[in-house]
Design a protein around this ligand. Structure first.
Ligand SMILES: Cc1cc2nc3c(=O)[nH]c(=O)nc-3n(C[C@H](O)[C@H](O)[C@H](O)COP(=O)(O)OP(=O)(O)OC[C@H]3O[C@@H](n4cnc5c(N)ncnc54)[C@H](O)[C@@H]3O)c2cc1C
Length: 375
């Protein structure tokens, strides 16, 4: 019997009554439809990197789409009028970073800044994943979904998806109000993603659009660099911050074949570099540690990562004016479309007394008292 603990990055969660892994598009729809028609709790899972499951048994159905194909319908089309757009379609079960690696390998610009984000293509559009100056909404052309309410497939355009900061129409379909789950659908959306079509650009260069990344690359913000270099820099920066998932999880029986084997190997080498070998300096150290992993010696990373758990709050100008001077501030847009200021959740948490890598030594009440000067 499979448990959520085996298929989520946090590594917790109880046994699953029915774990289904369809291999065809029709199979995915049938599995969802069968659960819905019997009113069984349904969870469609991707890489399990944004799910915190209860330790109680899940008395319902968990569906994991095993379709991972990536196709490039435009590949043979002639370039007309200098248009560099290339459409790429990926099935929902495709590992997200496999997809990024594939696009970078083909010389397609648009998703290189999203390197190293755990999860699948299907879930990428649910919360509009983002990092290092890019988010997925900028390249999504359309999404094919199964609508659990209307019981038919639909093609949703970028505009239909109502993308926002870490949100979309898919995510909001799970809630009746903020943080209030919609009983019919939660913990999965009304619209189940079957595949995503991206519009990327044929270009070996991409724009460095995040200050920290520019610093790591030793260039000015806005510089144009090879997309492979941007991808490598993102993986490097993420590795240094502990923001890569533990790729050894793909060796667990329940996770096998969910990510391309060559990429699992490369990802393990990356994390060994950062976790044990102090950066890029020691090739011998990396080789020895990867060899130890191959020998299946006990080698435990911080596997149960919560990752990028907190959203950076977007404040009105009036609220932002009350922030301490040294609090980070970025231009942003509020949900009603007006101008806002985004600050850093990590900064707020740190300054509330919860420093990185420390267990809680103050109570939430004490923390909220420490925060009051900002509200
Ligand atoms: C170490 C770490 C680092 C991270 N860094 C970032 C980051 O930089 N930026 C960022 O944006 N996020 C980040 N995240 C969060 C996470 O990677 C994303 O939310 C990711 O999109 C989750 O994908 P998943 O396949 O693992 O989704 P899951 O955890 O499996 O599912 C999440 C939700 O999506 C739904 N879902 C899954 N598949 C489908 C589908 N086919 N159709 C409809 N709904 C579906 C599920 O039902 C669930 O509600 C990080 C997480 C970790 C652990």
């Amino acid at each position: 019997m499979t448990s959520f603990a085996e298929i989520t990055t946090m590594g917790v969660g109880g046994f699953i009554e029915q774990f289904v892994e369809p291999t065809t598009r029709v199979g995915v729809i049938e599995a969802i439809e069968e659960a819905d028609s019997k009113n069984l709790p349904l969870c469609v899972i991707g890489g399990g990197s944004n799910i915190l499951a209860s330790d109680e048994p899940f008395e319902g159905v968990v569906v994991r789409d095993t379709r991972r194909n990536i196709t490039v319908p435009d590949e043979a089309a002639p370039v007309e009028g200098g248009d560099t757009t290339v459409h790429v379609n990926a099935e929902a079960g495709c590992n997200w970073d496999d997809f990024v690696d594939f696009c970078v390998g083909l010389g397609l610009e648009g998703v290189e800044g999203l390197s190293g984000i755990p999860g699948t293509v299907g879930a990428s559009v649910v919360q509009n994943i983002g990092a290092y100056g890019q988010d997925v909404s900028r390249t999504v052309e359309s999404v094919e979904v199964w609508d659990r309410a209307d019981k038919k497939t639909k093609e949703l355009s970028n505009a239909d998806l109502h993308f926002g900061y870490r949100t979309s129409a898919l995510k909001s379909s799970m809630y009746v109000a903020p943080a209030v789950p919609a009983a019919h659908f939660f913990p999965s959306p009304r619209f189940i993603v079957l595949s995503v079509t991206f519009a990327l650009h044929h270009s070996n260069e991409g724009t460095v659009s995040y200050a920290q990344l520019a610093k790591a690359l030793g260039v000015e913000l806005g510089a144009r660099l090879p997309i492979r270099d941007i991808r490598n820099a993102v993986l490097h920066v993420r590795g240094q911050k502990g923001m890569l998932e533990d790729a050894t999880r793909y060796r667990l029986p329940a996770m096998q074949d969910t990510k391309r084997p060559a990429n699992v190997r490369e990802a393990i080498e990356q994390q060994v570099k950062h976790a044990d070998c102090a950066g890029a300096s020691s090739e011998a150290c990396v080789a020895a540690n990867v060899e130890a992993l191959d020998g299946e010696q006990d080698y435990d990373y911080n596997r149960h990562s919560c990752g990028s758990f907190f959203m950076n709050p977007i404040l009105t100008q009036g609220q932002a004016d009350k922030l301490p001077e040294d609090a980070p501030r970025f231009q942003a847009v509020l949900p009603d479309g007006s101008k806002g200021v985004k600050t850093s959740a990590a900064w707020l948490i740190d300054h509330a007394g919860f420093h990185k890598a420390t267990a809680s030594t103050i109570t939430p009440t004490q923390a909220s008292r420490r925060c009051t000067r900002w509200h």
